[in-house]
Design a protein around this ligand. Structure first.
Ligand SMILES: NC(=O)c1ccc[n+]([C@@H]2O[C@H](COP(=O)([O-])OP(=O)(O)OC[C@H]3O[C@@H](n4cnc5c(N)ncnc54)[C@H](OP(=O)(O)O)[C@@H]3O)[C@@H](O)[C@H]2O)c1
Length: 433
């Protein structure tokens, strides 16, 4: 058997401890699969005394993760500390500068600094593996970067944040509002004390930026992602979605269009019969539409120690076997500068919920403002079990449009709002056919 691969692990939290459990528990089996043993030689975290449920006695301890990267005995560095900059970035840069491959779960860091880090890796003849950074346990990075390399990808869409999917699933099943379901998610450990990053869509955006780069051979462009979270979705929207044959999901969508590459994260009406609509709770899913293969949907756990460590260990074993692939699937010089498709030119159907005052002519104003912009309506609904008439007599009116552009919808809704016939802010949710 070949010489063992000696690794250092920086970060001993949920993912780091679970990674150690797999590497030590399945040590012999992994050695047989990799053709060489994988030996942890060094670890780093902030507090040395903390019980992490794993035996750290045999490993060198570093308070400073950069020192771990520079340990001459460490041949591969696992970064599972987190953070879009700071120590995690310094650690990865030090490892790459020393020509050591890096395995990371850090989507925030790669979404912000992916191109520069990939170029550094390449200059030093090494790579960054990041299966754990998008959709946790689902092997979507490997699918896009390796297994589907013979295809031309048209579209990638997915449910990439378990917290949001859990909240929306529960809101729908129990008719509860966003705040109640967020609280339940926090009690169950599915949501952080500060949930902004998850519920406002930023976590999904980071993951989507990585998938986009792999799907389209472009430089990671995290700033180009249009982001809207789920905090504005109401029980009435979920109820109306059901009546109309939809379900609301927070989707990340990356698509090649005539205008360039669209990257968007927002609550989305999807047909109830579709695959993504039926992914419930904390589960994640990614659909890849490509030629010639067709559509592939991968479904599974997107977070949690075991699922994420499964992806980390997959990357470590890949590198132990000598399978070194360019970070984003092709040499940095071959990655295209992405052309951003402006969100205003996004085309699709829309769900519009208006709380309309009981005024003569209100319906005519709405119809005129839509018609003036050439927006055709597929259906108009004026009901809602949980939203009876307000005290002042206003009622929710739901409009479903045929395909049109974001710009026209925004203009039409703004002009209806300005006409003074609404009682509350309009709701707009995009429909994905
Ligand atoms: N948890 C998941 O389900 C999941 C899923 C996919 C991806 N990820 C990604 O995986 C990474 C780790 O997540 P996690 O949930 O395992 O985080 P976590 O439980 O908070 O653990 C973070 C670990 O990093 C250590 N650390 C933080 N800053 C450090 C520093 N400056 N120097 C040394 N050690 C430092 C902490 O040390 P102490 O323990 O001493 O405080 C802790 O052990 C993040 O990038 C996250 O986005 C997580």
């Amino acid at each position: 058997m070949a010489e063992p691969l000696k690794i250092g692990i920086a970060g001993l939290g949920t993912v780091g401890a679970a990674t150690i459990k797999i590497l030590s528990g399945a040590h012999n089996e992994l050695a047989a699969r990799a053709g060489r043993a994988i030996e942890i030689v060094a670890v780093s975290a902030r507090s040395r005394g903390k019980d992490r449920g794993v035996d750290l006695a045999g490993y060198r301890w570093y308070d400073d993760p950069v020192a771990l990267a520079n340990d001459p005995d460490v041949q591969l560095v696992v970064e599972v500390m987190g953070g879009a900059a700071g120590s995690a970035k310094a650690l990865i840069e030090a490892a790459l500068a020393a020509g050591k491959p890096v395995v990371t779960a850090n989507k925030a860091l790669l979404a912000a600094h992916g191109p520069a880090l990939a170029a550094l890796a390449e200059a030093r003849g090494t790579t960054i593996a990041f299966e754990a950074a998008a959709a946790g346990g689902i092997p979507v990075i490997k699918a896009l970067r390796e297994a589907l390399v013979g295809n031309s990808v048209r579209r990638v869409s997915g449910i990439l944040n378990g917290t949001c999917n859990y909240i929306l699933s529960r809101m729908e099943a129990e008719g509860l509002d966003f705040a109640q379901c967020l609280k339940a998610a926090q009690e169950l450990g599915y949501a952080e004390a500060d949930p902004t990053f998850d519920v406002e869509g930023f976590d999904t955006a980071h993951k989507l930026a990585l998938l986009t780069a792999l799907a389209f051979g472009t430089e990671v462009d995290g700033d180009a992602v249009y982001v809207e979270g789920i905090s504005g979705v109401t029980p009435l929207d979920l109820q109306m979605a059901e009546e109309l044959g939809f379900r609301i999901k927070l989707l990340g969508v990356a698509e090649r269009t005539a205008q360039g590459i669209e990257q968007r994260v927002h609550p989305t009406m999807v047909a109830r019969s579709g695959q993504l609509a039926n992914v419930m709770g904390v589960t994640n899913a990614v659909s890849i539409e490509a030629e010639p293969v067709g559509t592939i949907t991968l479904v599974g756990p997107g977070a949690g120690g075991g699922a994420t460590a499964s992806a980390v260990v997959g990357d470590i074993v890949d590198l132990a076997r000598g399978n070194q692939v360019a970070t984003f699937g092709r040499p940095s010089g071959e990655l295209e500068k992405p052309i951003r498709a402006p969100m205003q030119r996004h085309e699709g159907g829309f769900y519009i919920r208006l709380q309309v005052q009981d005024k003569a002519g209100a319906a005519a104003i709405i119809a005129t403002r839509m018609a003036e912009r050439g927006i055709s309506l597929e259906s108009i609904l004026q009901k809602g079990r949980e939203a009876p008439r307000n005290a002042n007599g206003s009622v929710p009116v739901i409009l479903i449009t045929y395909a049109t552009t974001e710009l026209l919808i925004r203009n039409a809704v703004a002009s209806i709002d300005e006409a003074g016939v609404l009682d509350g802010p309009p709701q707009v949710i995009r429909i994905e056919r």
